[in-house]
Design a protein around this ligand. Structure first.
Ligand SMILES: [Zn+2]
Ligand SMILES: [Zn+2]
Length: 191
């Protein structure tokens, strides 16, 4: 006779170990008191009302620098994504994800509605470059080019009639770098 659900009262998740679901087992393993998983969603809903303007609003249950998840309608998602949905902004497409405002906040625990919005994966990566939280492209010690340089170089390659050598000279970089940018081998995260 095998049990179908977690031992925690009212938890409908599948048992993972010692009769507990993954999340409850993890709570037990870390020596934390077992809490209802539903309360995270409730906590999130409380955080969405009366938000102090301009300040980060952080979910309390997750450690600093984490990107906590919450389950909404049986779908696990980032707390930011859940916050947007709960505030009446449905996910525009399956390719969208919750983006945090560049240069303002990149805290994965923040559900301040002024700090989060839907964006594509590319938007999110561009945000992170703008934020300096990403270690590709601009932040790389060897990089001489800014994000807008890369866009301009691509544009010059396609539309200007300049040779790659001429473009390279303008930016003080090698022709091979221009070629890589054109072929999107470098800074491909800028799309
Ligand atoms: Zn459970
Ligand atoms: Zn924030």
């Amino acid at each position: 006779m095998s049990k179908r659900t977690c031992d925690y009262p009212d938890c409908k998740r599948k048992p993972h170990a010692k009769g507990l679901c993954n999340s409850h087992y993890e709570q037990q393993r870390r020596g934390r008191p077992l809490t209802s998983l539903q309360t995270r969603l409730e906590e999130l809903q409380l955080l969405l009302v009366n938000q102090p303007p301009g300040q980060c609003v952080l979910v309390g249950w997750a450690p600093t620098k984490s990107h906590p998840l919450v389950t909404l309608a049986r779908v696990p998602m980032s707390v930011g994504a859940a916050a947007l949905i709960l505030s009446g902004q449905p996910k525009p497409s399956p390719d969208h994800e919750c983006c945090h405002a560049p240069l303002v906040c990149n805290n994965g625990r923040c559900v301040q509605l002024d700090h989060i919005r839907w964006g594509t994966r590319t938007d999110n990566q561009v945000d992170r470059v703008a934020d300096g939280t990403h270690n590709r492209g601009e932040r790389c010690a060897a990089a001489k080019l800014t994000k807008s340089d890369v866009h301009t170089i691509r544009d010059l390659c396609t539309n200007s009639g300049l040779t790659q050598h001429e473009i390279a000279d303008r930016y003080g970089i090698d022709q091979s770098t221009v070629s890589n940018i054109k072929r999107r081998q470098r800074w491909s995260h800028l799309a």
